[in-house]
Design a protein around this ligand. Structure first.
Ligand SMILES: [Zn+2]
Length: 80
């Protein structure tokens, strides 16, 4: 018995039936899992560029424009 690292579901895996590196999918959440250890059986989420929902890195494409303080001398008409 192994545990899905994604949803914690118990997955029946026969340790004599799998090898390190074997891929299987969780019946509960459908994640692609990879066998990373045999005794006890450990599963890890298999990197699959097919289903890449890695959207937790927020790209800052909306850069806040800071107040640009330009040295602009006030153009006041000087009288001599
Ligand atoms: Zn799962």
């Amino acid at each position: 018995m192994a545990t899905c690292p994604e949803c914690d579901a118990e997955i029946e895996v026969d340790e004599f039936d799998v090898d390190k590196g074997d891929k299987l999918s969780c019946p509960e959440c459908g994640s692609n899992l990879e066998v990373i250890g045999l005794t006890p059986i450990e599963l890890d989420i298999a990197a699959d560029d097919d289903d890449d929902d890695d959207d937790d890195d927020d790209l800052e494409d909306d850069e806040a424009e800071e107040d640009e303080e330009e040295d602009e001398e006030e153009d006041e008409p000087w009288e001599e």
